[in-house]
Write a protein that binds this ligand. Structure first.
Ligand SMILES: [Zn+2]
Length: 462
């Protein structure tokens, strides 16, 4: 009986405890529910196509909240007290109905072009780019924003550019050197000749703003107004200045080469079999044209690629070395008209010197440097490319044997191979080609010690 009474007395207390537990459970559940309703934090990212603002910098802000979506997005630019809304968009507004669910925002972007061309009030200094994402509003959901910011410098003027060297006489297909001063905001500078660029580097022993470049004037560039010294900054501001005092066009040199089946039989299958993916379905003439056009271009692209990794050092000195007792058989920038069965089938420009001596004559390294390629180069046959530094490279082609290897340091005049007739060669000879920043230039200039002294070394004060 006593037990029964006790139980009866505890009944209301148990009830209170039961409701308390229920309440706590309810609060916890509501907390979970709230967290789920609010969804993940929106992702806001800012990207620009340049690290600075000049005339025109493209800004892209991307926003995403894939669960509950975003209420609105905004892209702003701030300088001083001025806030410019570049772009904005209202998205889902949510609902006060607790079980409503806004659609998620997978990824949405706002893009704007900022710079002095669109915002004339911009001043030198910094700007803040701000991207804001508002969450979609709903029951028990706060309208909380997520902000991403990025500070960028504004540069309204291009870098300073001053010519330091003088008396620049250029020749079509030739080379030269120039010394100049570029302001501290310059990130790229050098010489532009048409579409070709010879990028400058810091002058050894010079001040921090002194640069130089050994430049190429392409053999097919006819307008000296297209030869300019330039400097640009990271905001895309660019300054150009003419610097050539004289420009000489190359005399037209045309040569005809007769092709026949005996020549095709000797050279085409030999190249085709060593070229992976070569299309040998056509006639020998068609295959020959494929080598002379497409593969020629591909090999020149390969040299241009190698030249971008040229060592920033003078690895060479003095005039370039011509193969001993050799006769000049074909010149630089000689246009070749290829005849087959009496009609012209192709026209290409020869961009090196053809030097003939005895068969399998020893081939000397044209100058000191490092071997960056030693192997098969389709129309050049067995070839060696030497990097002489600062964008200057030489190529020896049609070799019968290679007596050096990639990575080797070679001295001027050191024997690196034997002449031959591999690749597209009519007979045993050495094809010597010189490249300045990947562009073929006249090797005769580089064989001339006086020219090197006056037109290169004197210009850069060495
Ligand atoms: Zn040649």
């Amino acid at each position: 009986m006593g037990d029964f009474m006790q139980l009866g007395a505890r009944k209301p207390r148990t009830k209170i405890r039961f409701f308390l537990v229920l309440l706590i459970a309810g609060v916890i559940a509501a907390g979970f529910w709230l967290a789920l309703r609010r969804g993940p934090t929106p992702v806001v990212e800012l990207a620009t196509d340049r690290p600075a603002v000049g005339k025109a910098t493209t800004v892209t802000a991307t926003f995403s909240e894939p669960v509950h979506g975003l209420g609105g997005i905004r892209l702003e630019l701030i300088q001083g007290d001025r806030v410019e809304v570049l772009d904005r968009r209202e998205l889902t507004r949510g609902s006060l109905v607790p079980w409503s669910r806004a659609d998620g925002t997978a990824e949405i972007a706002l893009t704007a072009v900022v710079g002095t061309t669109t915002l004339d009030w911009l001043d030198d200094g910094d700007v803040i780019l701000r991207a804001t994402a508002d969450r979609s509003v709903g029951f028990l959901r706060r309208d909380e924003s997520v902000v991403a910011e990025r500070v960028l410098p504004v540069r309204r003027r291009p870098p300073r550019l001053e010519l330091l060297s003088s008396q620049h006489y250029g020749q079509q297909g030739g080379s030269g050197a120039v010394r100049y001063r570029a302001g501290e905001t310059a990130v790229r500078s050098g010489v532009r000749a048409g579409t070709h660029e010879s990028l400058g580097l810091g002058l050894p022993g010079g001040g921090s703003d002194e640069f130089f470049t050994i430049y190429a004037l392409p053999w097919d560039l006819g307008d000296p107004a297209e030869v300019r010294l330039f400097a640009e900054d990271d905001a895309g501001n660019r300054v150009e200045a003419p610097f050539l005092d004289l420009f000489k066009a190359l005399p037209a040199r045309v040569d005809t080469i007769s092709l026949d089946d005996a020549f095709f039989d000797r050279v085409v299958p030999a190249i085709a079999s060593r070229t992976p993916g070569f299309d040998d379905s056509g006639t020998l003439l068609e295959q020959y044209l494929l080598i002379n056009r497409e593969l020629r271009r591909a090999e020149l692209d390969r040299v241009a690629e190698l030249s971008r990794r040229s060592e920033p050092a003078f690895l060479w000195s003095g005039p370039f070395f011509q193969m001993t007792n050799s006769a000049l058989k074909a010149n630089f920038a000689q246009t070749r008209s290829y005849l087959y069965d009496g009609r012209e089938v192709d026209r290409q420009t020869h961009l090196g010197l053809d030097l003939a001596s005895t068969a399998r004559a020893p081939v000397p390294a044209p100058n000191s440097g490092r071997v960056v390629f030693a192997g098969w180069m389709t129309l050049y046959g067995n070839a060696i490319i030497i990097d002489h530094g600062y964008g200057l490279m030489s190529l020896c082609g049609h070799l019968s044997t290679i007596e050096t290897a990639e990575g080797d340091q070679v001295e001027r005049g050191e024997i690196i191979g034997r002449s031959g007739a591999t690749g597209l060669a009519g007979g045993d000879h050495l094809h010597l080609e010189i490249f300045v920043h990947g562009q073929s230039v006249d090797p005769l200039e580089w064989l001339d010690g006086k020219w090197i002294q006056e037109k290169v070394m004197a210009k850069i004060g060495r």
